[in-house]
Write a protein that binds this ligand. Structure first.
Ligand code: NOJ
Length: 583
């Protein structure tokens, strides 16, 4: 037993020679499920295929639910599976109330949801309210209708500038590169109005000042709640309302550096306008009105500064928002310390749980990001001609990062395949790339295909067991065979078993609800914190060594799990441990 004294979650434990700073109180014991949930993102086209067409689908995902139950996740979030021409892999929705035949049917969805419920897994779906597909019946009707018609008023059609309206209405660009406006041909065959698309030309932005649009999404939410979903991940949550002056902005959307004035997104006329909050307040009332259990809203909102981001997660709006600062944090103890402390402060200021995330379908997988030199800005894809990540170093750090993330209180989002330690596919043939980003940036940015490669389930099967045939919509890198789920299953020390162990301990010790105390005294290159978990008298030390010298644990500490081998009981470089401090 070390010299440890904990009275309440806000009273720091004492460890000899170390300084303890409480940064977050323990959550209440009756906290609803989502305040500590581990939510697993399924990217349907790349998760599991049941038909052999090389594209994942709902029956394929359903067959993998026992795997997810064994992993120990609380919920799954499905990226869009709705009817869609797939111009942006389903984030271009043509029918919000039906499943694309690529992925199955509504009956398949219901079967999946019923099975998931039986296994204790909740199902969250993606809602894409900023834009529809250009093949959505509303948009085809808008194209067929005249300027000024009610059909056009559901989208953002505007007359062009210049003598004949030949110039776009303003200088806004597409997030995917290229212009943000496209000119249409009117019924008389002449070039006419322009419509706004903050993303691809096939993704026209809705006009959220229009009551039809507002009502439509209330109905869509109701449709999916009645089918039993546990919540919605809301795409482009900060973009729905535009500055109604439609003034020029002067910027493009390429990734801003840390000092970029665009980070004050309040200045951007298309992001984070105050008017978005009213929409989400109505959605929250609708969801709360269904009664228990809670259905959640999670915001995809790249909003700065943190005070602005906090507005989205007030108790009258979203339950959660993705923590992209954590995702983008460089592999340095001081940076994580800062991001974690700020995230907790911001979330606590509005009573929301913090969330943590390392990867998703839009970013280079973290096992590869961590293998790039520390401080490298996050690339939009990695190609064969680019400097290659150090795979071994990246995986070592990825495992340690997962331990840090899952050792924090709040909710955590996992991206399919990270539990296998999958790296980015960095040698995809360019002619197979499908991300519209690649084309719209004239191939300057490779885009997101490299993190969307189909999952490897069985090392010795065609297509690595992705489906019943050898087909996979993107080729899997050779290295995926060694990382296939069946190779890792039951193998002590594998990344899959590490994740299973972490989720099990996290659940048993209730780390998701725990209070957090930062521990100083190990030096600049170590991040240590105590998670008070379920039991003040038996807290968990989470320690990550970002430096090169091994770090000794406090006397009497008992290691629960480590991300790598310990050297004589000490924690080596790029390694994390969870340890009990009580005897
Ligand atoms: C964010 C989604 O995560 C991304 O995949 C998509 O391309 C854009 N929003 C546009 O919907």
């Amino acid at each position: 037993m070390v010299g440890l004294l904990l009275v309440t979650s806000t009273t720091p434990p004492s460890l000899p020679g170390l300084q303890m700073t409480p940064v977050h109180p323990r959550d209440r014991a009756d906290a609803p499920w989502w305040r500590q949930a581990v939510i697993y993102q399924i990217y349907p086209r790349s998760f599991a295929d049941s038909t052999g067409d090389g594209i994942g689908d709902l029956p394929g995902a359903r067959a993998k639910l026992p795997y997810l139950a064994a992993l120990g996740v609380d919920a799954v979030w499905f990226s869009p599976f709705y009817v869609s021409p797939q111009a942006d892999a389903g984030y271009d929705v043509a029918d919000y109330r039906d499943i694309d035949p690529l992925f199955g049917t509504l009956a398949d969805f219901q079967d999946l949801l019923d099975d998931a419920t039986g296994l204790g897994i909740k199902v969250i779906v993606d809602l894409v309210p900023n834009h529809s597909s250009s093949e959505h019946p509303w948009f085809t009707a808008a194209l067929a209708a005249a300027p000024g018609s009610p059909e056009r008023a559901r989208y953002l059609f505007r007359d062009g500038r210049g003598e004949d309206g030949e110039l776009p209405p303003n200088d806004w660009k597409s997030v995917f590169g290229g212009p943000g406006w496209t000119r249409v041909v009117e019924a008389d065959g002449r070039p006419g109005q322009w419509y706004l698309h903050l993303f691809d030309v096939t993704q026209p932005d809705f006009d959220w000042t229009n009551p039809d649009v507002r009502q439509e999404f209330l109905d869509v939410i109701d449709f999916w709640v009645k089918r039993g979903v546990a919540g919605f991940r809301v795409d482009v949550a900060a973009g729905l309302v535009k500055d109604q002056t439609f003034r020029d902005w002067g910027y493009t959307h390429d990734q801003p550096g840390p000092d970029d004035e665009r980070l004050a997104t309040a200045k951007a006329p298309m992001w984070d306008q105050d008017g978005v909050h009213e929409i989400y307040q109505v959605w929250r009332s609708l969801l709360d009105g269904y009664g228990p259990p809670d259905r959640i809203l999670c915001a995809e909102a790249w909003v700065h500064p943190p005070e602005r981001a906090a507005l989205y997660i007030r108790s009258t709006e979203f339950h959660q928002a993705f923590n992209f600062d954590f995702l983008d944090c460089p592999w340095r103890a001081a940076d994580y310390r800062r991001v974690i402390a700020t995230s907790l402060e911001v979330c606590d200021s509005v009573g929301a749980p913090a969330t943590w995330v390392l990867s998703n379908h839009d970013v280079v997988r973290h096992a590869s990001r961590f293998g790039l030199p520390v401080g490298t800005p996050r690339p939009n894809g990695i190609g064969a001609d680019d400097p290659q990540p150090d795979a071994e170093l990246g995986l070592r750090r990825a495992r340690a990062a997962a331990m840090l993330m899952l050792g924090l209180g709040g909710s955590a989002y996992l991206y399919q395949g990270e539990e296998l330690g999958l790296p980015e596919a960095t040698a995809l043939p360019d002619d197979l790339r499908q991300d519209p980003v690649y084309i719209r940036t004239d191939k300057r940015q490779l885009g997101r295909d490299g993190c969307r490669v189909p999952m490897p389930w069985v090392a010795n099967a065609p297509g690595l067991g992705f489906g019943p045939s050898a087909r996979t919509w993107l080729p899997q890198p050779d290295t995926f065979a060694d990382l296939a789920a069946d190779v890792q299953e039951g193998v002590a020390g594998s990344t899959l078993e590490l994740y299973r162990t972490l989720l099990q301990i996290r659940r048993e010790r209730e780390l998701g609800l725990g209070g957090l105390v930062l521990v100083d005294g190990y030096g600049e290159e170590v991040l240590a914190l105590v998670n008070t978990g379920r039991d003040d008298a038996d807290p968990t030390l989470v320690l990550v060594n970002f430096g090169s010298d091994p770090v000794s644990l406090p006397p009497g500490a008992t290691v629960l799990v480590a991300s790598g081998d310990l050297s004589d009981g000490a924690v080596p470089a790029d390694t994390a441990v969870w340890a009990r401090l009580a005897g």
